[in-house]
Design a protein around this ligand. Structure first.
Ligand code: SAH
Ligand code: SF4
Length: 350
């Protein structure tokens, strides 16, 4: 192991000041011994700070309509090959009934940026869910106004997921026409101000991204002190301008997850669906190098197959994304299934 790598790893895993230089040294390593040491250290830090429990969050993708045109995403407005759907409030509540019965303590409502549902309808849904079940409600509805966020928070929403996607302002602007990184960061700050637990995160392997960009992603998440950090590989999606670019690398994604655990020891980190999609053991590998959350897809199958952000979401092709299989996986790894809502404790080293 190179001494520069050893020093960087020691520094990051003991609460030292995080520098771009240390992060890049680790991100660029191709040495198996070094990468193993990173993963083992991240796993230790995970056990020490958030324990062996794995939190399950059930995700309901209730609408695949989107007014945006992100270059990487299959739900983009210009994709006219996609069959669009919207679940009715009754269908959403029905899916929540099933989620609560299956024991989920967090329900995530996700969609494209779809203004079809009025704020009253959405707020009504949230308060119904909060009254009926003892669950945390997470929203992932994209960039909305401060008033919208406040309304949903008042209705009972607990958390909001809005990944910063990439910390590179130029790349962000190129990939997400009509918006910019500052607007995204403003959303994250407003959500925090309103008392939401916030989740951010990024994609690994976006065309034009470098190790330096990933280091900036990590530094940004640390600065934002996010409660959850979702890191997944970019997966090229048919009928998008990026359909011919290569997908993000498995090991590079795992390295970013491991580094996230080191610099944000108490943050909730999901083993993302995207990782499970590019490798049959992707989620397991993530759970072994820092992750402590799994987000099974509980969208009714007739809708789920049209929520094609990227192709081949693993739950569709194999059984690996199914709740029972994921629970078996967690137990077989000697980990525990959490029965609480799994709020992120405050970060910082003791
Ligand atoms: N519309 C909302 C939520 C739905 S998109 C939003 O954009 O925030 C949810 C996540 O899917 C995004 O945050 C993005 O990181 C991820 N995603 C989109 N296209 C992807 C692709 N081609 N590969 C991997 N992840 C992708
Ligand atoms: Fe819409 Fe979100 Fe996809 Fe962008 S990433 S096109 S905002 S669903």
């Amino acid at each position: 192991m190179r001494s520069s790598f050893k020093t960087a790893l020691e520094n990051l895993s003991t609460g030292g000041t995080v520098t771009g230089k240390d992060l890049i040294t680790i991100l660029k390593s191709t040495d198996e011994t070094e990468i193993d040491a990173l993963f083992v250290t991240a796993d230790k830090v995970r056990r020490l700070y958030v324990g062996d429990e794995v939190h399950f969050r059930g995700i309901i993708e209730f609408s695949n309509h989107c007014s945006r045109n992100c270059l990487y995403c299959g739900l983009r407005r210009y994709n006219d090959k996609l069959r669009r759907y919207r679940m009715s409030p009754e269908e959403i509540i029905d899916a929540c009934d099933k989620a609560a019965a299956a024991g989920f303590k967090t329900i995530v409502l996700q969609s494209g940026e779809d203004t079809y549902y009025s704020t009253d309808v959405l707020a009504g849904l949230i308060s119904t869910i909060k009254q009926k079940y003892d669950v945390a409600v997470t929203l992932s509805l994209g960039e909305r106004s401060f008033e919208f966020y406040r309304f949903m928070r008042d209705a009972g929403a607990d958390r909001y997921l809005i990944k910063h996607e990439t910390a590179d302002p130029e790349l962000f602007a190129r990939l997400r026409p009509g918006t910019n990184i500052q607007r995204r960061l403003d959303c994250l700050k407003q959500l925090k101000e309103l008392g939401y637990e916030v989740g951010s995160g990024n994609m690994v392997g976006l065309p034009g991204q470098e190790a330096k960009t990933l280091a900036e992603d990590l530094l940004l998440m640390q600065e934002l002190d996010v409660d959850m950090a979702g890191v997944g590989p970019f997966i090229p999606s048919e009928y998008t301008p990026l359909s011919r670019y290569p997908r993000g690398d498995l090991y590079l994604t795992l390295k970013v997850i491991a580094l996230t655990r080191l610099i944000l020891p108490r943050t909730n980190i999901p083993a993302t669906t995207a990782l499970g999609t590019i490798h049959p053991r992707g989620r397991e590998m993530a759970l072994r190098c820092g992750a402590n959350v799994i987000m099974p897809n509980i969208t009714p199958p007739e809708f789920r197959r049209h929520y094609q952000i990227y192709p081949g979401k693993e739950s569709l092709i194999s059984g690996s994304g199914k709740l029972e299989n994921l629970q078996t996986l967690v137990l077989s790894m000697g980990r525990k299934i959490s029965h609480n809502k799994g709020s992120a404790p405050k970060n910082r080293f003791k």
